[in-house]
Design a protein around this ligand. Structure first.
Ligand SMILES: Nc1ncnc2c1ncn2[C@@H]1O[C@H](COP(=O)(O)OP(=O)(O)O)[C@@H](O)[C@H]1O
Ligand SMILES: [Mg+2]
Length: 286
């Protein structure tokens, strides 16, 4: 089976203004092909969902987009603004953050011994100029940046609904709150593209509804393009106009949620897996 060409996917939305374009990306671990010649583009301003059974390569795609893994072939063009293109493949994760790609993790990664606001400040500071020497000498710019970082972190906590939790340790927050805190930290890096890896995994129905609203606000109010890995089809259908489907590292379908749900290749991929509805946090690496 060969993956549909990039054009076929873009034809769904009819627009041609990608914020990121992945072309022919292949990633292997020994005998396992995690990504096989994957091509897809996220259009500027859209929410594109990526679905697929466990082990399909979804997190691997995020790891390639953020410089954690380097594919053996393929390119990843990131266009933070129209006409400005940088190649992400082969870049270090911190550089990719500075270019404007931010992510959350399938398994929450927060600094548990730091407070909520301190976690968000780490995101803000990844964009600031102060190095360790500046911080040590408390240079005027350092003090300015520190105040700016407090303000921005507080605004972002407010945005994700955690304004009252700023001084609590990350470890003391509920699971749903930790998921939102991770999103705030990602937003703090001022991304043009936000990658969310199963943000609803393990959350309860009320938290899912909050999350759905939050993802929409990130897209509409902040104007961010979002690539969303999610098993919960109700959430996917409510926020994403387009869905790309991975199976065994291959892109097997792309289209509107309704189109992919009745695509025979997609149904076959999920047969016996029965997780296209609901969804468990998966145990695969990453
Ligand atoms: N660091 C790694 N080392 C070895 N195999 C890996 C690694 N990361 C991912 N894989 C393999 O790549 C495949 C895709 O994994 P992953 O991207 O985590 O899938 P998904 O997120 O869709 O569940 C799986 O077979 C997984 O075991
Ligand atoms: Mg995964």
């Amino acid at each position: 089976m060969t993956a549909p060409p990039v054009e076929q996917i873009d034809a769904v939305s009819g627009v041609e203004d990608p914020v990121v374009r992945v072309s022919n990306l292949t990633l292997r671990f020994g005998g396992v092909t995690s990504l096989a010649d994957v091509s897809l583009a996220v259009q500027r301003g859209e929410i594109l969902a990526v679905i697929g059974p466990n082990g399909a390569g979804k997190t691997s795609l995020f790891n390639c987009l953020t410089g954690v893994y380097v594919g053996e072939s393929g390119t990843i063009a990131f266009l933070p603004t129209p006409g400005e293109s940088v190649e992400l493949a082969g870049r270090k994760p911190h550089r990719i953050t500075q270019f404007g790609v931010a992510r959350t993790f399938q398994n929450i990664r927060l600094f548990n011994a730091l407070t909520a606001i301190e976690n968000v400040k780490i995101g803000v500071e990844s964009r600031q100029h102060t190095g360790p020497i500046g911080a040590m000498l408390r240079l005027p710019r350092t003090r300015r940046e520190d105040r700016a970082s407090d303000t921005r972190a507080a605004e972002l906590l407010e945005f994700v609904g955690l304004h009252a939790q700023g001084n609590r340790l990350a470890a003391a927050l509920s699971y749903g709150e930790q998921r939102r805190l991770e999103i705030a930290r990602a937003l703090a890096t001022q991304p043009a593209l936000l990658l969310l890896d199963e943000p609803a995994a393990g959350t309860n129905p009320a938290e899912k509804t909050d999350l759905e609203r939050l993802i929409r606000r990130i897209n509409v109010e902040m104007g961010l393009s979002v690539l969303l890995i999610e098993h919960d089809m109700r959430l996917v259908m409510s926020v994403a106009a387009r869905v790309a489907v991975l199976n065994f590292g291959r892109l097997i379908a792309a289209g509107t949620p309704a189109e992919v749900q009745r695509n025979p290749a997609v149904i076959e991929a999920y047969l016996g897996v029965a997780e296209v509805e609901g969804g468990e946090p998966d145990a695969a690496p990453g």
